[in-house]
Ligand binder design. Structure first.
Ligand code: ZN
Length: 382
């Protein structure tokens, strides 16, 4: 069988002379296919597990391509953020924020709902399929018109353009110390429960609007916003988009990379993108819960953190999550301050180091009921 694989290199216009960077885009399947999966890794460039998953996924897809098994279009961007990968400080990579302006590479994606709505308002039909095509064309036209001021803007526009007409979009990330968990839009649940089950996601967090305009939401939120705006027309959820957090930044191994790549592959087989028989679908480890129910456990004093609960452990309201040790406090009782949680749930992330200071987020707990004081910004600002 002739291979369908192609590799394109997109050059990011340089902000400094002689410093062109490139985004490699690997495509499988016929470009005229009905459906498209888009997967990227390393948007936060200091989160390495996704790169290993890409290594194993490429192996599996090369084999499938050789055997003529790829039914639809599969697009991979294995290294999504060459800007972040070039940012080193004190011998450590700094890939989360663009260094010259401090902007998070996974926030502030363009919200195109208003622009697309004005383009399509007189053209919608009573056909979900036609509306899907119409909205995708309008999205791509709006993206095309965006002027990019710098490399970071160009990167965001390029990645979003590659993903905008995809039916499935997976953005591979990781946390500091964590179990595998997934973020996605509330309207995508339970349709996406096969992804959650196959990946073995212990915590799945849903929000209709997280407040930070991350990449996954830029691909999916527009669909339910347009459906709400035009209730007389059938508008589907055109993109199953999710941020997959591949445990913690140090959970980099052949075992994890190979397992996660196989799970993504099986998910694509089950969804009809690749010929073959997927194994029996595992059960969903835990039903999805609202992102607004995530407690950010914060410290109130300076000191050193000793965690008393493990990642993945169930906790109850009032449990001691950590102790803060201050060796220069006056009495032995003052030298240890207990940090208690305010909600029942699962402890799913911890900070990478063990230092506390007032108002520092040291762990997250996925509860079931939205917390009262969450406000509109549900993701961490930093
Ligand atoms: Zn990330």
């Amino acid at each position: 069988m002739p291979m369908t694989k192609t590799i394109e290199e997109i050059t990011i216009p340089s902000s400094s002379l002689g410093n062109d960077r490139k985004i490699a885009v690997i495509r499988y399947g016929k470009p005229v296919s009905n459906k498209k999966v888009y997967i990227q890794a390393g948007l936060h460039a200091d989160e390495p597990p996704g790169f290993v998953v890409m290594h194993y996924l490429l192996k599996l897809l090369d084999q499938a391509d050789k055997a003529g098994k790829i039914n639809q279009q599969i697009v991979l961007v294995p290294v999504a953020n060459p800007i972040g990968l070039s940012q080193w400080e004190n011998n450590r990579i700094q890939g989360r924020f663009e260094q010259f302006n401090g902007v998070n590479f996974n926030r502030a994606y363009p919200d195109l709902t208003d622009k697309v709505a004005s383009k399509i308002k007189t053209k919608l039909q009573q056909s979900s399929k036609k509306n899907l095509e119409l909205i995708r064309r309008a999205q791509l036209a709006c993206l095309n018109k965006i002027d990019t001021a710098d490399e970071g803007d160009f990167l965001k526009k390029t990645l979003l353009t590659l993903a905008a007409d995809a039916d499935i979009c997976l953005d591979l990330h990781c946390d500091y110390e964590a179990c595998l968990h997934i973020y996605m839009g509330t309207p995508l649940w339970p349709d996406a429960s096969d992804l959650v089950a196959q990946m073995g996601s212990k915590v799945t967090l849903l929000a209709k609007k997280s407040g930070g305009d991350p990449f996954d939401e830029a691909c999916s939120k527009i669909w339910w916003e347009l459906a709400e705006r035009f209730p007389d027309y059938p508008i589907p959820n055109g993109c199953l988009s999710a941020t997959v957090e591949l445990r913690g930044g140090r959970d980099v191994s052949h075992e994890n990379g190979s397992k996660d790549a196989k799970n993504i592959y099986h998910f694509m087989v089950r969804r009809g993108y690749i010929k073959g028989k997927a194994p029996a679908l595992p059960r969903v480890p835990r039903a999805a819960t609202p992102l607004a129910a995530v407690e950010h456990v914060k410290t109130t004093t300076a000191g050193v953190v000793i965690f008393t609960k493990q990642i993945g452990e169930s906790v109850n309201k009032g449990d001691v999550i950590a102790e803060i040790i201050n060796p220069i406090a006056k009495s032995s009782s003052e030298r240890v301050k207990k940090v208690r949680c305010r909600t029942d749930g699962i402890l799913f992330t911890k900070i990478p180091d063990r230092y506390a200071k007032p108002n520092r987020l040291i762990a997250k707990i996925a509860g079931k009921k939205p917390l009262k004081d969450k406000g509109d910004h549900l993701l961490t600002a930093r």
